[in-house]
Design a protein around this ligand. Structure first.
Ligand code: AMP
Ligand code: MG
Length: 497
């Protein structure tokens, strides 16, 4: 570690580095041949009280690429375990991520800052600790889009080219992502200690998570039960939000689920174009374990693994602990359903759930699937149709059989007539709920190809710009709202590790 002071860089305050030694390994970020800044998220820098001008300069770049260590930074790799596609791996850990430390934002909230692709660590196993440019750009785009639409997520502070080639199936340009998260603690972090029968470790971690994310749980009669309930609630909300925007995480392994309730570890993730609940993009998800509509089931499966780790803390009598945990897990489904249902209602321009709404929604989704309708465009065009039947045609034309849309639109209008509010207000609200733009796979692939093959980052910048205002009609960028043409369709995504 070089330990060179670089004021006026960030001031770190590391609570994780104060935890027992077995929670992490101290590491130094790798030296890189010729780091170059690809993109700095100035808005996020500002929120984190970081000087964007300094970050964009040579000293800032040295910091963002791990070449100099800021005062107070204690680089470390976190230990964790996890179920990968259902199979337990007792030791995973940050194999290609270096945590620099924690910073506070303007509101005093604590965030981890991590270099993803920052070099080898004791947890790298056979891996090189590095990241390719493509996945770095993908994560930057998708995580910042999630932030723009208000879905809890880790953020991208910067993308940096390392100036070094990395070796996958082919040679690719290397890069790293400076990732910011309210923490990087995963379900798998709890599993790491539980698998070692290290109940003290589980307790220490649970206390840390309560203090950091769920301080109210500390005042509860049963703090660890309250912690479990809080994580269950956060995940129920999160996965509902994913479904409402057509997001498929792709690798919902327990090590890729953050206990904070933020979306984390964007790998082969994708947004679906055509509505189909069975949609899978990830090339490694051969059984469809992580298919679009299976995500709530998997979230509950993962939360059940979390609950298992907490049993010894919940009650000394195992039977009692299991009963309490089952009660808590039983709240997932109703919370998810409630969040999803009210989200669908809002997408349809309705304010409160009335009798028959669930059936209406069900019928709409069934027709969308049957008619291979673009999920995003359907809801966006619906808000234009709210004002007049003259705007029906753009909705109808999304259906393989446009007459199937007619019956739906008629039922929908009947229901709308019961709404108390002014049409303009409802339309405006729908337009704030249903994005016009999502990071469509074919657009992301085009951005990655231009950057990787031609060092052309203009498409990346343009896509980021469009997606930073996802709810605004941007007529000059109307083509970004379009689904892929037949030959542009992306059928598989790769994690690129
Ligand atoms: P992921 O599938 O990205 O969630 O990663 C699963 C595990 O593999 C984690 O422990 C990662 O740190 C590790 N890993 C992924 N890519 C690499 C890499 N290039 N080098 C070392 N470890 C890696
Ligand atoms: Mg991961």
């Amino acid at each position: 570690m070089k330990g060179i002071a670089v004021p006026p860089g960030p001031t770190f305050d590391n609570s994780y580095a104060r935890l027992p030694d077995r929670f992490f390994a101290r590491v130094a970020p790798a030296p890189f041949a010729a780091p170059a800044l690809i993109k700095l998220n100035t808005g996020l820098a500002d929120a984190l009280q970081l000087d964007a001008d300094w970050l964009a300069d040579a000293k800032g770049l040295a910091f963002l690429s791990g070449q100099t260590i800021a005062p107070g930074s204690e680089p470390l790799a976190m230990a964790y375990a996890g179920h990968q596609f259902g199979n337990f791996v007792p030791q995973l850990g940050d194999g290609r991520a270096v945590m620099l430390g924690e910073v506070l934002d303007r509101e005093g909230r604590r965030f981890d800052m991590q270099l993803k692709g920052g070099g080898r660590t004791p947890f790298s196993r056979g891996g090189d600790g590095r990241a390719a440019l493509g996945p770095v750009l993908r994560e930057y785009i998708v995580s910042e889009f999630m932030a723009a639409i208000g879905v809890p997520t880790t953020r991208a502070l910067a993308a940096v080219a390392t100036g070094e080639p990395i070796y996958r199936e082919t040679m690719l340009p290397g890069a790293l992502l400076v990732r910011v998260a309210s923490s990087h603690i995963r379900v798998g972090t709890f599993q790491f200690f539980a698998a070692r029968q290290d109940t003290d470790g589980v307790r220490t971690l649970a206390d840390h998570v309560i203090a950091r994310h769920y301080p109210k749980a500390r005042e509860a009669e049963q703090p660890y039960r309250a912690l479990l309930e809080a994580v269950i609630g956060a995940q129920a909300q999160l996965v509902a939000r994913w479904l409402l925007v057509g997001f498929i995480h792709g690798v919902m392994n327990t090590d890729n689920m953050a206990v904070s309730g933020e979306t984390i570890d964007y790998g082969p993730c994708a947004f679906m174009d055509t509505y189909d609940p069975a949609t899978v993009y990830s090339s490694i998800d051969r059984m469809g374990r992580y298919a679009y509509a299976n995500q709530p089931n998997i979230a509950l499966w993962n939360l059940t693994r979390l609950a298992e780790t907490l049993l010894p803390l919940i009650d000394t009598e195992e039977d009692k602990a299991i009963a309490i945990a089952q009660d808590a897990l039983g709240t997932f489904e109703p919370q998810f359903t409630q969040a999803h249902r009210s989200g669908v209602i809002a997408k349809l321009g309705l304010t409160a759930v009335r009798e028959g709404d669930a059936e209406l929604a069900q019928e709409i989704f069934a027709e969308l699937a049957r008619n291979q309708v673009d999920f995003t465009l359907f809801f966006r065009r619906l808000s234009a149709a709210i004002e007049s039947g003259a705007a029906d045609e753009p909705v109808r034309s999304l259906f393989v059989d446009p007459t199937a849309a007619d019956a739906l639109l008629a039922r929908w209008r009947e229901r709308l007539a019961q709404e108390p509010e002014d049409i303009q207000i409802r339309r405006a609200r729908m337009d704030r709920t249903n994005p016009a733009f999502i990071p469509r796979n074919h657009r992301i692939e085009a951005v990655i190809a231009a950057a990787t093959e031609n060092e052309d980052f203009a498409p990346f910048e343009e896509l980021l710009g469009v997606l930073s205002r996802p709810f605004d009609d941007q007529p000059e960028h109307a083509n970004y709202a379009q689904p892929p043409l037949e030959h542009e369709r992306v059928l598989a995504t790769f994690c690129g590790t």
